[in-house]
Ligand binder design. Structure first.
Ligand code: ASP
Length: 320
């Protein structure tokens, strides 16, 4: 089965935003907005996944991504089967590739993979005929997070061209940072990053971003401040800054907002460590769109399921 030949994106899988062009990102966002508009009218969703099955291999913890993929499939009439690391045979010595081939032999229509190893979805994708969706591979990419971030930005800011976005935190170990940098730049935004020197990857500027280590200087003139969690699970303990010290220099608080544009948007992919990278009043404050991001995650994942499994291009204008 040649999946690419029968899908409008012209790609088999969603492995990373580095591999998506502007047109493909636009098609995914248009489709996500279409589904959101349907939800707002309370009309039923098209059942484009009816009779189709998605297997979700989640080898790392997840709250938002896993539940929103499951809801997305269900909204479109599809089924999901979730397999975690603990529940799978990888603990008995089976390789990820063998697990994926075993799953494919049961003929699901799509495989969603979250895995701690960077590049694992690409590896699986080469061996499988069905579409693979990367739900986060180590510190590498988290494309559906970046796409839901873009959807949220489009809603609140209208346009990407020239939009100034600052990503603050553990840039070195964050798959969200990488996916957002690629996707935002493809759409024409101007991306900067800020964090302690130990958490900024060497040569980050080669990605076309401006790097800062001083938060106050970094936030000035930014339209959006995207705050990230320190990826403690990917750091060795020697790299681990103390929460209090980190919050003092890099925590975004009401005091930080005084140096921002009055209409700045505060984003965070979650989970938030309140009082470390973001103060509780900012998390719950009027500039925060964190829960809007979560809500949009369902529509973006619906769009990806719909388009990768052969659904037609949809946008709000196609609504009847
Ligand atoms: N939920 C996001 C991820 O899985 C961000 C985070 O965990 O910090 O990468």
């Amino acid at each position: 089965m040649d999946v690419t030949a029968r899908n409008v994106l012209g790609i088999k899988s969603i492995l990373g935003t580095e591999l998506l062009n502007k047109h493909q990102i636009q098609q995914i966002l248009d489709c996500a907005f279409y589904f959101k508009a349907i939800r707002n009218t309370k009309a039923p969703f098209p059942k484009s996944l009816a009779g189709k099955n998605a297997v979700m291999l989640f080898f790392e913890p997840s709250t938002r991504t896993r539940s929103s993929f499951a809801l997305a499939a269900k909204n479109l009439g599809g089924n999901t089967v979730v397999l975690t690391k603990e529940a799978s045979s990888t603990g008995k010595g089976e390789t990820l590739l063998d697990t994926a081939r075993t799953i494919e032999a049961m003929q699901p229509d799509v495989l969603v993979l979250r895995h701690p190893s960077a590049g694992s979805p690409h590896h699986i994708d080469r061996a499988l005929a069905i579409p693979v969706i990367n739900a986060g591979d180590g510190f590498h990419e988290h494309p559906t997070q970046a796409l839901l971030d873009l959807m949220t930005l489009k809603e609140f800011k209208g346009n990407f061209a020239g939009l100034r976005v600052l990503i603050v935190g553990d840039i070195a170990h964050s798959r969200v940072a990488r996916s957002d940098i690629y996707a935002l730049q493809t759409m024409g935004a101007k991306v900067s990053v800020c964090g302690p020197p130990t958490l900024l990857p060497p040569q980050i500027e080669a990605l076309g971003v401006t790097a800062y280590t001083d938060l106050r200087a970094a936030v000035r003139d930014q339209d959006v401040v995207m705050v990230l969690r320190i990826q403690l699970e990917r750091l060795n303990p020697a790299q681990n800054p103390s929460g209090g010290e980190y919050a003092r220099f890099y925590g975004v608080s009401t005091e930080t907002l005084k140096h921002c544009k009055p209409d700045v948007l505060i984003m965070h992919p979650g989970p938030v460590n309140r009082g470390v990278e973001l103060s509780p009043d900012v998390v719950d404050g009027p500039r925060s769109v964190i829960l809007n991001q979560v809500g949009n995650g369902v529509f973006v994942r619906m769009a990806i399921f719909h388009l990768l499994t052969g659904g037609e291009a949809l946008h709000e204008g196609t609504m009847v």
